[in-house]
Design a protein around this ligand. Structure first.
Ligand code: NAI
Ligand code: MG
Length: 363
């Protein structure tokens, strides 16, 4: 099969870690029956320096055309003073908006070789493999009214509004159920129906969606605060967690710390299925930023970026075997004791970004 990719390396370490993904892509081009048709574009400060925009209309159009966008990271001190609407982050926000990426997928995988890097006891996290599916375009971050009003008596009032419509809950729960089928077939939905009307509706719509075509998947409901507690107490009880924008933001950051370094965490953002092809628009990116403090030093860990590409193989291309192959290669490289600086403890072999990428390709 042939797949089209748009690579947007961005700024700082973005370009360095994207080079390592390109080595993995080249490997598949040469050694498998998949072929990748890649084009490279610019985003963030790199695009601003060229076009005065955080992403050009041309690259934006390309992003809407390809099977998957592979995104590095944007931002850095060089662009701290550029106008607000063309700041580096605006490139990512435009991609999210125009591609309508409403589902944010954050896996928390704990490779056994790194179990001692977790904030929890090794036995609690060793072998952990869970996926948080966060609603990304609705909820309290976007609901109206959203304002600070002056009450006139020396007091002000800050207002944010949590709004969810049926269709928004339905489409995110469908994503969660579909993903669960490719994993361990279990979804836990989290909300606060005990105190929030949007939580009551969330619970109803998830339950209804489950009945209509997904009842082969195991479904549980949990209050989001209790869910946070369970995530730290015994995270291996979960497979897929589906939750709203706010709770998902917090719970995915908590889950991130179960697995160690920021340099290890991939993510995906998915849009609606195309009415003709059924394919979802998709963007894959590491959770971390452009790390200007280590840019150009060869210290960047490319694993989050390579693991993001593995997610593209799994979720956009349904190349599950190839995705497993990449994840196993990462695991084997770590088993051998290779560590970039962020992962290294006394006595470990410290390797550069390029050496880590090459070792993973070799595996
Ligand atoms: P950051 O994630 O870039 O870095 C935080 C710390 O983690 C730094 O000490 C960095 O060296 C380290 N780190 C991050 N990724 C690493 C990797 N792959 N290997 C080894 N070490 C790694 O977050 P920070 O410093 O808050 O932001 C730096 C810039 O990145 C800012 O301009 C910020 O706006 C931008 N940013 C961009 C994001 C994106 O493109 N999606 C997300 C977060 C921040
Ligand atoms: Mg967050």
């Amino acid at each position: 099969a042939s797949h089209s990719l748009l690579l947007l390396p961005g700024d700082g370490i973005g370009a360095e870690i994207m080079k390592e993904v390109e080595k993995v892509v080249d490997w598949f081009n040469e050694n498998s029956d998949m072929t990748f048709d890649t084009t490279e574009g610019h985003v963030g400060g790199a695009a601003y320096d060229r076009h005065g925009q955080a992403i050009s209309d041309e690259d934006m159009a390309k992003a809407l055309e390809v099977d998957a966008v592979i995104f590095g990271a944007v931002g850095g001190p060089k662009w701290d003073k550029v106008p607000y609407d063309v700041r580096p982050e605006a490139g990512l926000l435009r991609l999210r908006k125009e591609m309508e990426l409403f589902a944010n997928l954050r896996p928390a995988i704990c490779y056994p070789a790194l179990a001692d890097a977790s904030s929890l006891k090794p036995e609690v996290v060793e072998g952990l493999d869970i996926l948080i599916v966060r609603e990304l375009t609705g909820g309290v971050y976007f609901g109206e009214p959203k304002e600070i009003t002056d009450l006139g008596n020396g007091q002000k009032r800050g207002v944010d509004t949590q709004v969810y419509d049926t269709y928004e809950i339905e489409r995110i729960s469908k994503v969660a159920f579909e993903l669960a089928r490719t994993r361990n077939n279990k979804v836990t939905s989290m909300e606060k129906r005990n105190v929030m009307k949007s939580g009551v509706l969330w619970n109803e719509v998830v339950t209804e969606t489950h009945k209509n075509g997904f009842d082969d998947v195991e479904l549980d409901h949990m209050l989001a605060d209790a869910g946070g507690m369970q995530l730290v107490r015994w995270p291996k009880q979960f497979d897929v967690i589906v939750t709203d924008n706010l709770f998902g933001d917090m719970l995915s950051d908590v889950a991130a710390m179960l697995t160690g370094s920021l340099g290890m965490l991939p993510s995906a953002s998915l849009g609606a299925p195309d009415p003709v092809t059924g394919k979802r628009k998709a963007l894959y990116e590491p959770v971390h930023g452009s790390a200007p403090d280590i840019a150009g030093t060869g210290a960047a860990n490319p694993i989050a970026m390579i693991a993001s590409f593995a997610m593209a193989l799994r979720y956009s291309f349904e190349e599950v075997g190839a995705a497993d192959k990449v994840e196993k290669a990462i695991e084997a490289t770590l088993e051998k004791g290779l560590r970039t600086k962020d992962l290294a403890k006394d006595g470990d072999t410290v390797v550069t970004t390029a050496e880590m990428g090459e070792a993973i390709v070799a595996e």
